[in-house]
Design a protein around this ligand. Structure first.
Ligand code: FE2
Length: 384
């Protein structure tokens, strides 16, 4: 957590420094002076208090609304900084190419300077109030060699990373489950980071279990890291005990009447080599319950389980989450591909792995990376 906070503080410092520098292209004189004071005060006081209060008791009601506004303004600041830097660089290159003679009196201000912060605010507002609230549908067909006939055409729906909390309520969860429940999918896979709020976990678990009847092959659940932070593990254990939602935690079970298995793994918290050792052990434990000649769909919160699945040979499809697709994207690609697999479909040989963009988040902005419900139709691969 300390490392994460230090990285965050360092990043905010860098963004502040660059913003103070590039403001010279958007304002001059007294305006420039006051704009710099305002940006510095916002980044130090606004973002500073956000880092202190995020995930605290203040993060509900007005506290959450204020935090959302601060995050929106910060994203708007970053977008403004990026477009300003690009415009200044482009103008510099154009002048160099045209070999414009050096003129110290030349205006530094960019033409239409007010449009840059306006664009930042518009995009930020879109990300906070529109895209984040509009779930898209993603459809995939997965060709599976040796797929049992009973599983031909089976549709698995996936939701992930709901992050119950100030920006995703039980009512939002109910609406999401109603939408996916009406889709006609055969099975719902939930890949963790759902129960993330002590105030809402209990009610949400009840809502989830009540929707089990929407799927002929049931709801299957694997745990995420956030279930360990806000009493979610207790909820998951109780769900496993009750049995209305099938919890797969380093375990697997056959889907009745389908011939295929669903396996699920725990979240590996280890660092460095420990991460890989844990991952290997969790995967081996889950797969020990799958016969050598059977096929399974693996549910794993962390996307790097895609590698273990591809190496095994019994896992044609792995469904993961955790990354939220980096929440910002361009043309369907993640803007911050900080994980080995950050967003979308990965194919390794005959094996497919999917990294879901998530349905909610503790950071309430998305641009170019909407929340999704993903559907995977299993089809027998005739060539095999
Ligand atoms: Fe998450």
């Amino acid at each position: 957590m300390l490392v994460f906070t230090l990285i965050l503080v360092g990043a905010v410092g860098l963004i502040l420094g660059a913003s103070l520098y590039f403001l010279r292209y958007l304002a001059q004189g007294r305006r420039l002076f006051f704009a710099r004071i305002a940006i510095a005060a916002f980044d130090i006081v606004g973002i500073g208090s956000l880092l202190l209060f995020i995930r605290s008791a203040f993060m509900h009601g007005w506290g959450a609304a204020t935090a959302l506004l601060v995050m929106l303004l910060f994203v708007a600041q970053i977008i403004t900084l990026l477009v300003t830097a690009c415009a200044a660089a482009l103008r510099y290159l154009r002048r160099r190419m045209l070999s414009a003679p050096y003129d110290p009196a030349r205006r530094r201000l960019l033409a239409g300077a007010a449009a840059y912060p306006a664009a930042g605010l518009l995009l930020g507002g879109y990300g906070a109030f529109f895209e984040r609230r509009h779930t898209v549908r993603s459809d995939y067909t997965i060709p599976v060699p040796r797929l049992p006939h009973e599983a031909e055409g089976m549709v698995v729906a996936q939701i992930s990373d709901v992050h119950l909390g100030p920006y995703f309520s039980v009512a939002d969860f109910e609406a999401l489950l109603t939408e996916v429940g009406a889709s006609g999918a055969d099975l719902l896979a939930v890949t963790g980071d759902i129960f993330d709020d002590e105030r809402q976990n209990e009610a949400a678990a009840e809502v989830l279990a009540a929707h089990a009847a929407d799927y002929p092959d049931g709801i299957w659940y694997c745990i995420g890291n956030h279930e360990y932070y806000h009493d979610g593990r207790r909820i998951v254990d109780r769900m496993a005990h009750e049995g209305r939602v099938r919890v797969v935690l380093n375990s697997a079970a056959q889907v009745p009447g389908r011939g295929v298995y669903i396996a699920g793994v725990d979240y590996p918290f280890g660092r460095g080599n420990d991460f890989y050792l844990q991952k290997e052990a969790f995967f081996a434990a889950a797969m020990s319950e799958v016969p050598a000649d059977a096929l399974t769909v693996l549910l794993a919160h962390h996307p790097e389980f895609i590698d273990d699945a591809a190496a095994d040979g019994r896992v044609p499809l792995t469904l993961t989450g955790h990354t939220h697709g980096s929440q910002f994207g361009v043309f369907g690609r993640p803007l911050f591909p900080v994980f080995k697999y950050t967003r979308g479909m990965v194919r390794i040989g005959d094996n497919y792995g999917y990294v879901h963009t998530g349905n909610g988040s503790w950071f309430p902005l998305r641009i170019g990376c909407p929340p999704e419900i993903a559907y995977f139709r299993l089809e027998r691969n005739a060539e095999q």
